[in-house]
Design a protein around this ligand. Structure first.
Ligand SMILES: Nc1ncnc2c1ncn2[C@@H]1O[C@H](COP(=O)(O)OP(=O)(O)OP(=O)(O)O)[C@@H](O)[C@H]1O
Ligand SMILES: [Mg+2]
Length: 256
């Protein structure tokens, strides 16, 4: 396994009286796929929001490639090589599939609205580059043939893939996926699993939140289990499935 790229130290988030995330620490190594699981309300999305700098931690620190990230804006985080998707789809429905993915390339390119207005030669080059990068990403997720369709006409499962294409188009090192499989049928889940496993071969790392245990066990190198804001276990899929604390947290549910 590669070197550590993400370090999370004693991360804590309070919302008033609610301790949503309590003193969580773990690392992610280059090329690794790590899953975060846990019952509803365990604090998984809140953890992601702190890692991706959407909200400030109450306590603790996140370092990405050795840099403390809480001082950074989200788009600069993408420039540094971390992107994410959201639990609720964030698709621009009136734009084409292609345009939605091209949005994710702008962090790499220099075009601003001002230079675009003047149609400078550099803009045309940036547009071409953006188009090229977006088509590559769409090819990877199997959506290239639909790139000129309006995003809203795609079925839900393909919109999830579109979001993943936008997250990977900038060639990030680490991609955070918040419930990539939610609402999908088995064949769509298999498709996304294959896409992610292929991307890992290309060197991408993933941190993903997921409720579907079959998917988690198939994809994850390592699993972090949360319950009521706490990290209650961390280990390989085999270790997690037989961990009494994990079984207790899911008591009454047939998850494994
Ligand atoms: N902005 C907020 N203000 C107040 N409380 C919040 C806020 N965001 C989350 N919470 C609370 O923090 C706790 C953790 O929520 P979070 O969304 O992180 O859980 P989760 O593990 O992602 O759950 P799910 O599996 O349902 O998505 C919950 O009790 C939730 O109600
Ligand atoms: Mg959540």
């Amino acid at each position: 396994m590669g070197k550590s790229i993400l370090e999370i130290d004693d991360l804590t988030k309070r919302f008033g009286g609610i301790l949503a995330v309590n003193d969580i620490s773990f690392n992610i190594n280059e090329g690794e796929i790590v899953a975060v699981i846990g019952p509803n309300g365990a604090g998984k999305t809140t953890l992601f929001n702190m890692i991706s700098n959407v909200i400030m931690p109450t306590q603790g620190e996140v370092r990405f490639k050795g840099e403390k990230i809480s001082a950074r804006k989200i788009h600069t985080l993408a420039k540094l090589g971390m992107t994410r998707t959201f639990q609720n789809l964030l698709i621009f429905e009136n734009m084409s599939v292609l345009e939605n993915v091209m949005l994710g390339t702008h962090i790499k390119l220099n075009t601003t609205i001002l230079t675009a207005g003047f149609r400078l030669p550099s803009v045309k080059k940036d547009e071409e580059m953006s188009f090229y990068m977006a088509s590559e990403a769409l090819e990877l997720v199997g959506l290239k043939s639909r790139m000129y369709e309006r995003a809203e006409t795609l079925p839900y499962g393909l919109q999830k893939l579109l979001e993943i294409a936008r997250a990977i188009v900038s060639n990030p090192t680490l991609v955070l996926l918040d419930e990539p499989m939610a609402g999908l049928n088995d064949s769509e889940k298999n498709k996304i699993t294959q896409v992610i496993l292929n991307m890992r071969k290309k060197g991408y790392s993933f941190l993903f939140i997921e409720h579907d245990m079959r998917v988690v066990m198939e994809m994850a190198d390592r699993i972090i289990v949360m319950d009521f804001g706490n990290k209650i276990a961390e280990g390989s899929p085999e270790e997690i499935q037989k961990d009494p604390k994990v079984i207790q947290a899911y008591l009454g549910e047939e998850v494994f």
